[in-house]
Design a protein around this ligand. Structure first.
Ligand code: ADP
Ligand code: ZN
Length: 730
C-alpha cells in the first residue's frame, strides 16, 4: 500500500473544511508538502477557511482548476485515531462532518501568527493612578486567578481599549509575557502516598489498575453510593495510567463548580490537572489544546467537549456521574458524551470508567449483558451511612395556602438547628414562582417566543423564560386583560421557599443555592465553600446541590416536592426521579453524624417513591427494565427523533406529514415512525418544533435508514431538520 501520510508539493489532497459542505474538497499540496491530518488554510470561494487534510484527492475535478492550500498551520497534524473517531461519531449522530470537525478544532486562534501570542497576567506593580477602566482590567485578571489572556481577550473581557492595558503594563501592574506555549504543566506524580484504601476500595482499585495495564479497550461501571469513595478508587486508575505513560481525562458535570475535585487531585498527585470548560480563558484553552497534543498535559478534567481534544495517547476516560443528563448536548451537534467516550476509547484501545451512585438504565443494562465490567462499592467511607429515608404524607399535613414546609418537616429542621447541624431544603425550581396568574382573567403569563411560562425571579426583579432566556420587567398590569394589580404568583420556587423558611426559622442563617443567583461560577463556588464550612444553617437549593458537593455538617435533607419529577409522560421520568432523589438524599450524613431524608409527597405508595425509600435499586432497575423492554424503547430498542422547525406551524406539520407518509426506507428495516407531534419543546425563540419519533429494534441500522429517508427532502425557506439519535425524553 502506498504511504499516504505525506503529500509532496502539488499532490492532490482532499481537505475537509469546517464550512457546511458535507464532503472533502480537492486542493493541491502547498510548497513543502503536507502531512495527512495537517491543519490548513484553504481558499473556498472568496474566503479563506480552516480545514484538515483528510486523504488523497479524489481527482474528480479538472486538475488545472484545482486551487492550492494557502498554508499549513503551526499545529501537530490530527491523528488517524481522532479523524476515525470524528467520522464514526458523525455517522452515529447523523451529523455532517464539518459540524463534527468544528468540535475538534475549537482550539481558539489555531491560525494566529506567533506575534499574536503575547499574554497578559496580573503583575506585582502598582499603577501610577487608578481609573474605572484600569480597575476593570485588574478585576478580570483577579477573577481568573493565574490565567493569562491575549491583549484582545483581556480588552474584550474588561470592556476597555488595548491602550488601557498597555498603560498598566508600563507600571508593572499587568505583566506582559511571550508565548504561553512553552509554559509547561507541572508533572503529576502517581507514586505519592495516597489515602489508605478500605478493603472494598482496594479491590476495586486493583481491578481498574489491572484493566489499565492490559492496554486495551474496556468499560467498567463503577457503582457506589455517594461517599463510598468512587473518586478515590478511580484516581488510582488515573495513577496507573500515568505510570504507563498515557494520558487521562475525567469528565465531570458542573465542572466549573468543582474546586473540591481539583484540590483532591492536588493532594493525590502533587499538582493540579488542566481544566477544560467554558469558564477557562481562550489563551489557556489554546495552551491546553497544544500541550495535550504533545503529551505534555497528562491529565485533563473537563466538560463534555474535552472529549474532542487531540490527545497524544489517551489511556483512560472517566465519566463521573455518568447518568447526568448534562452529558447530552442538546444544541448544535446532538451527542451524549458518555457514549462518545466509549466510542473514542474503543478506537484508541483505552479504558473507560463510568462512575455513579445511580447509573443510567443504559449502563446498568450494558453491565447486565456483560458488555461492561461492573464494580460495586457498597458501603460509605468511614462512619458515614446512607441517611434514613422517610416520606411525609402531605395528605395528612395541615398547610395554609401558599405554604410548602409541612409541620413535620418544620419540626425536623428545628431539631437540627438546635443541634447546630445543617438542613437542606430541596426544590428543583429556580426563581420565585413557576407561574404568574391573573386573578381577573385566569391567564398565565407566557413567553412570547416559546411554549413556556414566564417565571418570576424576584431577586432579578424580572420575569424569565427558562426555555429561551427572554426576560421582561414584572408587569403590574395583566398583559391579557389589562386588569391592574391582579397578577399573583402561584406555586413555589426556591426564592419563595426561602421567604417561608425565613418566617418559620427567624434565627437561622439561610443560603439559597440556585445557579441564577450568582454572577459568576466563581461566586457560586465561593458560596458553596462557605456553606461547607458552616456558613449557613439552612440551605435551599435546586438540583445544583445534588451534584457532588460535600457539606459535612448537613444531616437533614427535606425534599419539598418529591412528586415533581413524576408528572409528565416522559418514559424516563421514573429513572430521573429515582436518581435525583437518591443523589439529593446522599448529601445528608456524609461525616460522622447520621443523616435523615424526608420526602414530602402526595403519593407515598407510588412504586417509584417506594423504591427510593427502600433503596432496592436492583428491584427498581429490574422493574424499569421490564417496562422498557415491553415498550421496545432504550436500552432495549433504538429511538431517534427528527425535529422539524420553522416559523410557520402549519408548514412544519405539513413537512412532518409528508415525511411520515414516505417511510419506505424505515419499513425496510422494520422501524416504525410516530408523529408528527409537537416536540417536547414545542416552540422556542419563535420557531415551531415538531417531532417524528422513529423506533427500531436494537440491532437495526437505524442511522442508515434515516439517512436514506431524509435524503430526498428539500428544505424550503426557513425550515430546518435536526436528527436526535437516542433522545433524552421519549
Ligand atoms: P464518592 O465519589 O463515591 O462520592 P468520595 O471518593 O468523594 O466518594 O469519598 C467520600 C469522602 O470520603 C471524601 O471526602 C473522601 O476523601 C473520603 N474517603 C473515601 N475513601 C477514603 C479513604 N480510603 N481514606 C480516607 N478518606 C476517604
Ligand atoms: Zn421563551
Amino acid at each position: 500500500m502506498a504511504d499516504i501520510s505525506f503529500f509532496d508539493e502539488g499532490a492532490l489532497v482532499a481537505v475537509m473544511t469546517t464550512q457546511p459542505l458535507d464532503r472533502a474538497l480537492d486542493y493541491k499540496a502547498p510548497e513543502g508538502g503536507c502531512h495527512l491530518g495537517a491543519f490548513v488554510e484553504v481558499p473556498l470561494g472568496p474566503r479563506r477557511v480552516l480545514g484538515v487534510v483528510w486523504g488523497p484527492g479524489q481527482g474528480d475535478f479538472d486538475i488545472s482548476r484545482v486551487r492550492s492550500i494557502i498554508r499549513v498551520l503551526d499545529a501537530a497534524p490530527m491523528r488517524d485515531e481522532l479523524r476515525e473517531f470524528l467520522r464514526r461519531a458523525a455517522d452515529y449522530t447523523l451529523t455532517p462532518m464539518p459540524a463534527m470537525l468544528r468540535l475538534a478544532t475549537r482550539a481558539p486562534g489555531l491560525g494566529d501568527p506567533p506575534s499574536m501570542r503575547r499574554i497578559y497576567r496580573l503583575g506585582s506593580g502598582v499603577p501610577d493612578r487608578m481609573t474605572d477602566a484600569r480597575q476593570r482590567v485588574l478585576a478580570v485578571l483577579d477573577e481568573y486567578g493565574g490565567l493569562a489572556f491575549t491583549l484582545k481577550e483581556l480588552a474584550d473581557a474588561a470592556g476597555v481599549t488595548s491602550s488601557v492595558i498597555k498603560g498598566l503594563v508600563k507600571s508593572g501592574a499587568v505583566a506582559e509575557e511571550d508565548s504561553p506555549r512553552d509554559l509547561p504543566f507541572p508533572r503529576l506524580d502517581p507514586d505519592r502516598p495516597g489515602k489508605a484504601l478500605t478493603e472494598d476500595q482496594e479491590t476495586a482499585a486493583a481491578a481498574l489498575a489491572q484493566a489499565v495495564r492490559g492496554g486495551r479497550y474496556g468499560t467498567t461501571l463503577l457503582k457506589g453510593v455517594t461517599g463510598s469513595g468512587k473518586t478515590e478508587v478511580y484516581l488510582e486508575a488515573v495513577a496507573e495510567t500515568f505510570r504507563r505513560g498515557r494520558q487521562a481525562l475525567v469528565l465531570l458535570p458542573e465542572i466549573a463548580l468543582t474546586a473540591e475535585f481539583l484540590t483532591r487531585v492536588q493532594d493525590r498527585f502533587g499538582a493540579r490537572p488542566a481544566e477544560w470548560h467554558s469558564g477557562v480563558t481562550m489563551t489557556e484553552r489554546r495552551r491546553i489544546w497544544r500541550m495535550v497534543g504533545q503529551g505534555e498535559a497528562q491529565f485533563v478534567v473537563g466538560a463534555r467537549s474535552a472529549l474532542f481534544l487531540p490527545f497524544r495517547d489517551l489511556g483512560l476516560v472517566v465519566v463521573d456521574e455518568e447518568h447526568d443528563t448534562s452529558y447530552k448536548q442538546e444544541d448544535g451537534v446532538l451527542y451524549n458524551a458518555r457514549d462518545m467516550a466509549v466510542l473514542r476509547a474503543s478506537i484508541l484501545g483505552a479504558q473507560v470508567v463510568l462512575a455513579s451512585a445511580t447509573p443510567s438504565l443504559e449502563s446498568w443494562a450494558n453491565a447486565e449483558a456483560g458488555k461492561y465490567t461492573r464494580l460495586d462499592l457498597t458501603a460509605r467511607f468511614g462512619a458515614a451511612v446512607m441517611p434514613a429515608m422517610r416520606t411525609i404524607d402531605m395528605r395528612e399535613q395541615k398547610l395554609a395556602a401558599s405554604r410548602w414546609i409541612s409541620p413535620r418537616l418544620k419540626a425536623a429542621v428545628e431539631d437540627r438547628l438546635a443541634k447546630g447541624e445543617q438542613a437542606l431544603l430541596f426544590l428543583n425550581r429556580r426563581g420565585y414562582a413557576p407561574v404568574t396568574l391573573c386573578r381577573a382573567c385566569g391567564q398565565q403569563i407566557g413567553c412570547s417566543h416559546c411554549d413556556a411560562r414566564m417565571v418570576e425571579h424576584r431577586f432579578l426583579q424580572r420575569l424569565v423564560c427558562h426555555q429561551c432566556g427572554e426576560t421582561q420587567p414584572i408587569p403590574s398590569v395583566c398583559p391579557s386583560c389589562g386588569a391592574e394589580d391582579k397578577l399573583a404568583p402561584v406555586g413555589p420556587g426556591v426564592e419563595r421557599l426561602s421567604e417561608e423558611a425565613a418566617a418559620l426559622f427567624p434565627e437561622a442563617r439561610i443560603a439559597v443555592l440556585s445557579s441564577d443567583l450568582f454572577g459568576s461560577a466563581r461566586a457560586l463556588k465561593a458560596a458553596i465553600a462557605e456553606i461547607g464550612e458552616g456558613g449557613a444553617d439552612i440551605i435551599i437549593g435546586t438540583q445544583l446541590v445534588a451534584k457532588g458537593h460535600n457539606f459535612p455538617l448537613l444531616t437533614l435533607v427535606g425534599v419539598i416536592d418529591a412528586d415533581l419529577g413524576l408528572q409528565g409522560s416522559d418514559l424516563r421520568a421514573a429513572e430521573r426521579t429515582f436518581q435525583l432523589m437518591r443523589q439529593v438524599a446522599g448529601r445528608a450524613g456524609r461525616a460522622e453524624k447520621p443523616g435523615e431524608a424526608l420526602l414530602q409527597t402526595y403519593q407515598p405508595d407510588h412504586p417509584v417513591i417506594r423504591a427510593i425509600l427502600s433503596g432496592d435499586e436492583q428491584g427498581f432497575w429490574q422493574a424499569e427494565a421490564r417496562e422498557r423492554e415491553a415498550a421496545g424503547v432504550p436500552p432495549f430498542g433504538r429511538l431517534a427523533g427528527i425535529i422539524l422547525s420553522g416559523p410557520d406551524a402549519a408548514q412544519v406539520f405539513d413537512l412532518g406529514n409528508a415525511l411520515a407518509r414516505n417511510d419506505a426506507p424505515l419499513r425496510q428495516i422494520g422501524a416504525q415512525v410516530f408523529g408528527p407531534a409537537p416536540a417536547p419543546i414545542a416552540r422556542i425563540r419563535g420557531r415551531h418544533r415538531v417531532r417524528l419519533l422513529v423506533k427500531a429494534a436494537k440491532g437495526a441500522p437505524i442511522q442508515q435508514a434515516i439517512a436514506r429517508w431524509i435524503a430526498p427532502l428539500k428544505l424550503k425557506g426557513d425550515l430546518r431538520l435536526g436528527v436526535d439519535i437516542d433522545p433524552q425524553s421519549f
